[in-house]
Design a protein around this ligand. Structure first.
Ligand SMILES: Cc1ncc(COP(=O)(O)O)c(C=O)c1O
Length: 419
């Protein structure tokens, strides 16, 4: 067959396939221990509870669950999400919620609604890979703001916004933040910084989008309110922030249920954009999720889900101490699914190391994929979500072997980038 050159849109030439989705192919190989994807632990799926909720839906509301639905989402689910948001410290009306097909669609909707080619998006450095991908597809330009243990460096953000204002340069249109247990950094933005971020948003009239898939997965420390809740205490801030979240990490990613809470005008645009994407999110999974949430079963199970991720989080930290003591610098996260680290020997290129880890049957994500530009090549993301504590121990042992093999193969010269 002859290969054709298709006249694809220019924007497709600037994006590549997600490194993580590509790595997931290896995760399925027999014997592989994957610390790569942020896949929820398979033992935490409530198969029984969801079987029950599905049966109830087919018994009680089969027509509504099988029929087309409204774009903003099914009323039952939106009501159940109001209760869920209340437990997270945010009071919202059902009418403020747009159900999305995963929170990934929430990111895409915001990109479609807000960004023209060349517009600036402010992201954390490092940031969620698929958000970078989505904004790149919208042909955005990126400005990265450093992250430390307390989240985005809002003082650096302030300087950048002040410079834009004083030099009459174009300012960012959107600030995207994963404020709690960020992917990949694991960092959580402090309350002080949350407030300052909102004040900056109001002062410079820049919209802040908080993406919150992991907030419920706290292993230790105090819960912090989402930005939309804090915004109620800062004059003008409610107009300048939005929130997206998902049931993926606490119920099932296969359901593809997320939601967006946006100011009215943006919500309206988001609904129009969503009409063009998928008309609405699956009515069937919305109905099952609504039944499940209403049953109270998820609220009941959350403590044991948290405990399980805490155990995994600690098992990974223990394994790192045992097998790679001193080789990596990191702060153990207070929750979420990811540990972010840098090799103390900055010559270790994580992408090159992955090639030595694969034959040892372990995978991770090289940190370089989480940067829109100027990547830190000696950074690495280790997910503790999917493997058991025993597998985490073995996975890190294999990683240590991979480091040794790479050292031996390169005569200690580790500075080879992956081809
Ligand atoms: C920060 C962040 N946002 C969004 C998503 C997408 O999740 P969903 O399954 O809800 O589309 C993920 C998934 O890993 C994520 O880490």
């Amino acid at each position: 067959m002859t290969t054709a050159t298709y006249p694809v849109a220019t924007r497709m030439k600037n994006v590549s396939s997600s490194a993580i989705r590509d790595l997931l192919k290896h995760a399925a190989e027999p014997g592989m221990i994957s610390l790569a994807g942020g896949l929820p632990a398979p033992d935490l799926f409530d198969v029984e509870g969801l079987r029950h909720a599905s049966a109830e839906v087919m018994r009680d509301v089969p027509i509504a669950a099988l029929q087309y639905g409204v774009t903003a989402g099914q009323p039952d689910l939106r009501n159940a999400l109001v209760t869920l948001m209340k437990s997270r410290g945010a009071t919202v009306d059902a009418g403020e919620i747009v159900v999305t097909t995963g929170s990934q669609q929430g990111i895409d909707l915001m990109a479609r609604v807000m960004l023209d080619a060349g517009d600036i998006v402010c992201i954390e450095r490092p940031s969620y890979l698929a958000a970078i991908q989505t904004f790149a597809l919208a042909e955005a330009k990126f400005v990265g703001v450093a992250v430390d243990d307390h989240g985005m460096d809002v003082d650096a953000l302030e300087k950048m916004l002040d410079t834009c204002a004083s030099m009459s340069q174009p300012k960012p249109k959107l600030i995207y933040t994963v404020a709690t247990f960020a992917n990949p950094s694991g960092a959580t933005m402090s309350l002080e910084r949350r407030k300052k971020l909102l004040q900056l948003a109001v002062k410079h009239q820049v919209f802040v989008l908080e993406d919150d898939p992991y907030g419920e997965l706290r292993s230790r420390g105090e819960t912090l309110p989402p930005l939309i809740a804090i915004a109620k205490t800062i004059p003008g801030a409610e107009a300048w922030c939005g929130y997206i979240s998902t049931l993926s990490k606490i119920l099932s990613p296969g359901f593809r249920i997320g939601w967006a809470i946006l100011p009215a005008a943006l919500r309206n645009y988001a609904e129009i954009a969503k009409q063009g994407m998928d008309l609405h999110t699956s009515t069937f999974t919305q109905a099952v999720a609504a039944r499940y949430l209403e049953s109270g079963r998820m609220a009941e199970r959350m403590p044991s889900i948290r405990a399980s991720y805490k155990e995994r989080n600690e098992a990974l930290a223990e394994a790192l101490k045992r097998h790679l003591a001193g080789a990596l610098t990191y702060t153990q996260p207070d929750g979420g699914m990811f540990l972010w680290a840098q090799w103390t020997d900055a010559k270790i290129n994580s992408a090159a190391l992955l090639k030595f880890a694969l034959p040892e049957k372990m995978i991770f994500v090289p940190g370089e994929h989480f940067y829109a530009d100027a990547p830190l090549t000696h950074s690495i993301r280790l997910s503790f979500a999917t493997p058991t504590p025993v597998q985490l121990e073995e996975g890190i042992r294999r990683l240590a072997v991979a480091v040794e093999k790479m050292r031996a193969a390169t005569n200690g010269e580790l500075a080879h980038a992956a081809e």
